[in-house]
Design a protein around this ligand. Structure first.
Ligand SMILES: [Zn+2]
Length: 201
C-alpha cells in the first residue's frame, strides 16, 4: 500500500452487466426519463441469515439516500422518487452475483425492465456506498452507453485510479481509507449525461 495516500482501491466487480437483447443500441428511445425517474426498491428472498438480516437496513438506507444521490449524480438535472409503482423495479438480492439491468424487447419496444443488485461480491458483503454506486450504475444502463467508444454498455477507456466523476465504467473503482466507508463514483460524466439526455442548456 502507498503510505502517502493510505487508501486502498476497491474494485466493484459486481456492478456490471446488461442482460437481454438490447445491445448494441436501442431501436427506439427508452421511454423512461432520467429527468423524472421513479424507482421501486425492494428486497428479495435470497441470502444467508446474516444477509437477510441486513437487507431491510440496506433497503432503507438506499431508499432514503437515493433521491439525493440521483440529484447529485445528474448535477441537479434529474429528479428521482422511490415508490411502490416505480418506472423500474430494483431488487436487492442477498447473494453474490453480477448486478445487472435486465431488459426484454418485443417489436422494438422494451416490454419489461428490472435491475438486480447483488449485495455480496464473492465473500464480501458490500457497503451502502458501494451498493449506491451500483444502483446508480445499473440505472444509468437504461440510457447508457451506446455507440463509438463503448463496449457492452461501458466506456472502452476506463480511467486509471479513482475518480468520483464517471459512473459507467467497468469495473467501477471505489477508494477506501481503513476504518471508514468506501468512496465510490457519484457523478455522471458529461458524456454520460449527454446519453441520458441530461446535457445542460
Ligand atoms: Zn454495467
Amino acid at each position: 500500500m502507498k503510505a502517502a495516500s493510505c487508501a486502498l482501491v476497491l474494485i466493484v466487480a459486481s456492478s456490471c452487466g446488461v442482460i437481454g437483447d438490447l445491445r448494441p443500441g436501442p431501436t427506439i428511445a427508452p421511454l423512461i426519463s432520467a429527468a423524472f425517474l421513479s424507482v421501486h426498491l425492494f428486497i428479495g428472498d435470497n441470502g444467508d441469515a446474516q444477509e437477510k438480516a441486513r437487507l431491510p437496513q440496506l433497503r432503507d438506507a438506499i431508499a432514503g439516500a437515493l433521491p439525493n444521490a440521483w440529484a447529485t449524480a445528474t448535477v441537479g438535472r434529474g429528479h428521482l422518487s422511490v415508490r411502490t409503482d416505480g418506472d423500474i423495479d430494483v431488487e436487492l438480492d442477498g447473494t453474490s452475483g453480477t448486478s445487472a439491468l435486465m431488459q426484454h424487447q418485443r417489436g422494438g419496444r422494451v416490454t419489461s425492465r428490472m435491475i438486480a443488485v447483488h449485495t455480496i461480491d464473492g465473500s464480501r458483503r458490500l457497503t451502502v456506498p458501494e451498493l449506491m454506486a451500483t444502483v446508480l450504475h445499473e440505472l444509468g444502463h437504461i440510457w447508457c452507453c451506446f455507440g463509438p467508444g463503448t463496449k457492452d454498455g461501458h466506456w472502452e477507456e476506463a480511467p486509471t485510479g479513482f475518480s468520483s466523476v464517471g459512473i459507467m465504467n467497468s469495473p467501477m473503482t471505489c477508494t477506501a481509507t481503513p476504518g471508514s466507508d468506501p468512496i465510490c463514483p457519484s457523478v455522471f460524466s458529461d458524456r454520460e449525461l449527454a446519453e441520458m439526455k441530461l446535457s445542460g442548456p
